[in-house]
Design a protein around this ligand. Structure first.
Ligand code: 4AZ
Length: 288
């Protein structure tokens, strides 16, 4: 569910209370140690393209102001989810968040290791559809460049990395339990790329969204357990060393039969008119 990040962040005490009760129930989540659920800790040097989006003014300084994930695809270009730049998350247009930053090279959000770079401009996909969640991506242009090795290659249409059954990794600092327990160190969870038909069946269309294979990628585990969750949005789904998805939505986190839904990077590239090899360096006229 593309639940507003803000709602979870503004009610941490309520969520904490729920989390204390749930382990006693039989319907406990399949895993409770993830990124991302069902994951493990990683050092950001293993995935230097994984960045945190930050606004201390809006989200507080505790966890470096982190509220979403992002992916460096060029020295000054970061992809994230459109819904991370929405009013529900930011309380207004992104231009009004004067301390919007990208945090790179910081595994532990409690530390000040790495780099914080101001966001110079935000381009939200004008075709992003809030009811289906189609086209859930935005492009951030940074005020200063990140180290060149921080950028990941994107997988274009027809890339084998989209093949169902393939292994992928999702990265983030998001909720590790589904109950509002936000990580402060980066985590990764191994998931499988799943057939579109699985997500089409799981998400035929509801208030949460509708799975559309052209613009979305289905990934997770049939048994549930490993999944992205709130706070991971906008972060990377990587297969065969290439970026195939951005964390977008799903019904809850890690539930059997409710896989994670990701923005299909090849479709974003097509919308942007970007050449895969150009890593976002070539802009379409009228684009970001
Ligand atoms: C969210 O609310 C969210 N399980 C992100 C990913 C998933 C669910 C919710 C996928 O940002």
């Amino acid at each position: 569910m593309r639940r507003p990040l803000v709602r979870a962040l503004s009610r941490p005490l309520i969520l904490a209370a729920v989390a204390m009760v749930i382990p006693l129930a039989s319907a406990a989540p399949a895993a409770s140690d993830g990124v991302v659920l069902g994951g493990y800790p990683v050092d950001v040097s293993q995935s230097p393209w994984t960045v945190a989006l930050s606004s201390r003014d809006r989200f507080g300084g505790m966890r470096s102001g982190q509220f979403c994930g992002g992916v460096a695809v060029g020295p000054t270009t970061v992809l994230t989810a459109a819904h991370c730049m929405g009013e529900e998350a930011l309380g207004g247009p992104p231009e009004r968040v004067s301390d919007l930053k990208v945090v790179a090279g910081r595994t532990d959000l409690y530390s000040d290791v790495g780099q914080e770079v101001s966001v110079r401009s935000v381009w939200v996909n004008p075709r992003y559809d809030r009811s289906s969640n189609a086209g859930d991506f935005a492009v951030l242009t940074l005020a200063e460049p990140l180290p060149a090795e921080a950028a990941i290659r994107m997988a274009g249409a027809g890339d084998g990395a989209y093949q169902p059954g393939g292994e992928a990794l999702v990265y983030g600092w998001g909720d590790t339990t589904g109950f509002g327990a936000y990580a402060h160190t980066l985590r990764a969870a191994p998931v499988h790329v799943l057939a579109d038909s699985l997500c089409e069946r799981a998400y035929p269309g509801s208030s949460e969204g509708a799975y559309l294979a052209q613009s979305m990628v289905c990934a997770g585990e049939a048994r549930g357990g490993r999944d992205a969750c709130q706070g991971d949005s906008g972060g990377p789904l990587v297969a065969q060393g290439r970026l195939i998805g951005l964390v977008s939505w799903g019904s809850g986190c890690g539930r059997p039969g409710s896989p994670g839904v990701y923005t299909r990077v090849s479709d974003a590239l097509r919308t942007l008119g970007w050449d895969v090899a150009a890593r976002g360096a070539h802009r379409a006229p009228g684009g970001p």
